[in-house]
Design a protein around this ligand. Structure first.
Ligand SMILES: Cc1ncc(COP(=O)(O)O)c(C=O)c1O
Length: 348
């Protein structure tokens, strides 16, 4: 049975979090002389002289309306990358504990592990980019705290079989982190609705992809109240700045525009697949549930360099295990995709 106290680091159990000036006062006030801010204002048209809400309540309230998850089950971070790092810092003892990652997958799990001096045990995906459940079971030991699953997966683009993720959730006594950065482009349902079923589930999402706010750095983690409490205790007090909170809130009211872009992205993804198939150096295009496609080619380095010279940047993934010869192409605007396709016609 999963019990958060069995996996939490002892120092985090004992941690008394930083108490900010705004945490310590409750109620109504009009004179704020508690936080050593500049009381006169900001040298801007907009005022940012006050510290932001540490728990980002207004943004969470709006997310609750959109996602159907109460604020107490939502963590907001400076990108979902911050949530990944905080999970390591909360649950993994440096030099002792380990996590499982399933390459080819998003690179930050490994980097965060390295930063935190935590072993990342690699269990490669199968040839069809699904979980090797037996391999994962063998890699788990008493020091395994986290398993990272990215679905839809970056860089392969496919979704991971739901039943396999549920098998992990039901049998693993650490946290299973399902990174859904690309879920808005997917035919699959989010795992958010499984939060009531599995106490060890953490779902990551972000405003950086479909929501078009990569520059604001706002990421989300959805989990049980006790996991979210730990994450809030460990995070820097003001981790999502005031400008990001205000703009995220405004953007979350423009959901129709975002849904329009998602529909257009999916059409453009189909178009890219259709047209890329006709190019003789394209060997395979993997099915994608994301806003990018992984393309196997005869000469990944040659194509990559050719495109760079024409001012077009894609991602060369050909050195990644199980992605030999592969390029990852983000779906652009119709015009950008036209330029890409026309340029590729000239590659010899
Ligand atoms: C799978 C996955 N997770 C998380 C992130 C990071 O998202 P954020 O911008 O919210 O830090 C990315 C960014 O590329 C990603 O591909």
């Amino acid at each position: 049975m999963f019990n958060i106290n069995n996996i939490l680091r002892e120092n985090i159990k004992r941690l008394v979090p930083y108490s900010s000036a705004r945490d310590e006062y409750q109620g109504e006030a009009s004179v704020f002389l508690d936080a050593n801010e500049n009381a006169f204002g900001s040298p801007l048209n907009q005022q940012f002289n006050r510290y932001p809400d540490p728990l980002q309540y207004e943004v969470k309230k709006r997310l609750t309306e959109i996602k159907g998850v109460p604020p107490r089950n939502i963590f907001l971070g400076n990108g979902s990358d911050e949530a990944i790092d905080i999970l390591f810092r909360s649950f993994c003892n440096p030099g002792v504990d380990n996590v499982i990652i399933v390459p080819p997958t998003y690179g930050m799990y490994q980097v965060s592990a390295n930063i935190n001096d935590v072993e990342a045990r690699k269990v490669l995906l199968t040839e069809d980019y699904q979980l090797n459940l037996e391999g994962i079971a063998e890699a788990i030991d008493e020091h395994t705290k986290l398993i990272f699953i990215c679905s839809p997966n970056n860089p392969t683009g496919n979704s991971i079989n739901r039943e396999d993720v549920e098998t992990l959730l039901a049998n693993f006594n650490g946290l299973v982190i399902v990174d859904e950065a690309y879920i808005n482009f997917s035919r699959q349902k989010t795992f958010i609705q499984e939060l009531t079923e599995y106490a060890n589930l953490v779902v990551l999402q972000t405003l950086s992809k479909a929501w078009g706010l990569a520059g604001l750095r706002v990421g989300m983690a959805f989990a049980s109240e006790e996991i979210i409490e730990v994450m809030n205790k460990v995070k820097p007090p003001y981790n999502v700045n005031e400008a990001s909170q205000q703009l995220a809130l405004e953007a979350l009211n423009n959901i129709d525009q975002v849904n329009g872009w998602i529909r257009e992205t999916l059409l453009q993804r189909d178009r890219l697949v259709l047209e890329l198939k006709n190019l003789e150096f394209v060997l395979d295009i993997y099915p994608s549930d994301a806003n990018f496609i992984l393309v196997k080619t005869t000469d990944a380095n040659g194509i990559y360099n050719f495109l760079v010279n024409k001012g077009i940047i894609i991602r060369n993934r050909s050195k990644v295990e199980l992605c030999e010869g592969c390029l990852r192409i983000t779906v652009g605007t119709p015009d950008e995709n036209t330029i890409l396709l026309q340029t590729l016609q000239n590659f010899k």
